[in-house]
Design a protein. Structure first.
Length: 94
């Protein structure tokens, strides 16, 4: 799937939590994450087909690294997406 804008090193994205990452994130302490929730992340490596390695920044004292994460516009668990713009989110809610 094409993200519209190519991913690049250092960009902030959203990671949609899946079962495996939820278990790992919840072991870090702090806020508990459920499947399909979003977590802030930064791109640490761009792979083929817009897949990326990410460093997740949960609401905890530690970070988590995930590899070869696919892009998704639909926010499927275990994928990354661009953060929505505030104006876009307000219009969608209206």
């Amino acid at each position: 799937m094409n993200p519209g804008q190519p991913p690049s090193l250092g960009r902030i994205v959203h990671f949609t939590v899946d079962n495996v990452s939820a278990a790992k994130l919840n072991q870090l302490g702090g806020r508990r994450y459920a499947v399909s929730e979003k977590c802030a992340a930064i791109i640490t490596r761009v792979q083929d087909n817009n897949a990326c390695n990410l460093t997740l920044f949960p609401d905890a004292d530690e970070i988590l690294h995930v590899s070869n994460v696919a892009y998704s516009t639909g926010g499927q668990p275990g994928t990354w997406s661009w953060p929505e713009r505030i104006g876009d989110a307000v219009e969608a809610a209206a």
